[in-house]
Design a protein around this ligand. Structure first.
Ligand code: ACO
Length: 320
């Protein structure tokens, strides 16, 4: 499977750390030092559906395919205003695609989970051209009175068109039930038969524990993929890691003993955009000509659950 088109879209509204310090007990220096984040983009007047559509249209345009040529749409999303229909179904309408679709919740690892499924669909001949969209609005499930979580996230969308061809070499996906270290709970409708009240709980996170699990699991995935494919850390041209915290990225880099230039980041500008993060990074690098033909890339992502998804691929340059 190879990527033949990429796109991304971000909200227009840029929120600085100082703006957050206007209503939260925090500071630019705390946020910058602990996370590396300077600004994030948050949805205000636009909608997530619009962002997702924009990212998908950009991916389609760069792939040279028409919406009618897409025969599967996989949408990675943790939460949006509809539980049903799926965000994927909504996007069929805005994009003009006529194909099967479903939403996948792989938390921040959802884009790579979606790519893994797309790879299986292509290998089994279920589809020829697949559109993968990751669209996330974590700002809507944060507790905006909680300075320890709300400062970390940003909204955004990314998309990729994938088809048969040489590109992805290997995937590694994992799941371990650490459900208590990070969760967002939505309310359910009351029933006369179930007295247990189900109230919405905005994002709860044990930051230090998530940090520890993230570093450990990401290193593990990268090591396993390198070993399984007969590679060393030096054979990878770029490490494209989930943009959750600059210090997490730095810990992984130190373990791998690889130079900083191999670890491009955009967390400074966008914060953690959940499953869209690595897709936005790939789209920006690809459009800037920073991903070269034949380069070997390592993608590694992790998210609440706890789930991880990593992949090795050989890049084919895309014409924009
Ligand atoms: N501003 C100022 N002070 C703060 C803030 C803030 N925004 N947030 C927390 N603090 C305070 C705490 O209250 C605490 O104060 P205390 O010592 O008086 O109790 C102090 O700072 C230290 O808090 P810690 O939580 O220990 O700080 P830490 O260095 O661990 O940094 C952080 C916190 C940034 C959340 C870090 O743990 C982290 O990044 N964890 C990983 C989070 C993550 O990546 N989550 C998403 C992963 S999965 C996915 O992407 C969906």
């Amino acid at each position: 499977m190879k990527i033949i088109g990429t796109g991304s879209a971000l909200p227009q509204k840029e929120i600085s750390n100082d703006m957050l310090a206007g209503f939260l007990e925090t500071s630019d220096s705390w946020i910058t030092t602990r996370t590396g984040i300077h600004t994030r983009r948050l949805l205000s007047t636009e909608t997530l559906r619009e962002l997702a559509t924009k990212a998908a249209q950009a991916a389609l345009a760069s792939s040279g395919l028409q919406a009618s040529e897409i025969d599967y749409l996989i949408c990675s999303n943790v939460a949006n205003s509809y539980v049903s229909p799926s965000l994927g179904s909504i996007l069929l309408g805005t994009l003009g695609c006529v194909c099967p679709t479903f939403d996948l919740n792989g938390a921040c690892a959802g884009l790579v989970y979606s790519l893994d499924i797309a790879d299986s669909f292509l290998k089994t001949g279920r589809a020829r051209n697949i559109l993968v969209v990751a669209a996330e609005q974590p700002s809507r499930f944060c507790n905006w009175h909680d300075r320890a979580t709300s400062v970390l996230f940003g909204d955004g969308a990314a998309a990729m068109v994938v088809t048969e061809g040489k590109g992805f070499r290997d995937f590694r996906l994992t799941g371990v039930p650490h459900t208590d270290v990070m969760y967002y709970k939505r309310s359910l409708e009351p029933t006369p038969f179930d007295r247990v009240e189900e109230r919405t709980t905005p994002l709860v996170m044990e930051g230090r524990e998530v940090f520890r699990i993230a570093v450990e699991s990401c290193i593990n995935d990268v090591d396993v993929l390198l070993q399984r494919n007969g590679l060393t850390g030096a054979d990878i041209d770029k490490y494209l890691l989930h943009q959750a915290n600059m210090r997490i990225i730095e810990c992984i880099r130190e373990h791998l003993e690889q130079p900083r230039e191999k670890f491009p980041t955009n967390i400074q500008k966008y914060g953690n955009t959940s499953s869209a993060s690595v897709g936005i990074l790939i789209d920006e690098l690809s459009r800037a000509g920073e991903l070269k033909d034949g380069q070997t890339l390592m993608i590694s992502t992790f998210g609440g659950g706890f789930v991880t998804a990593a992949a090795i691929l050989d890049w084919s340059a895309i014409q924009y």
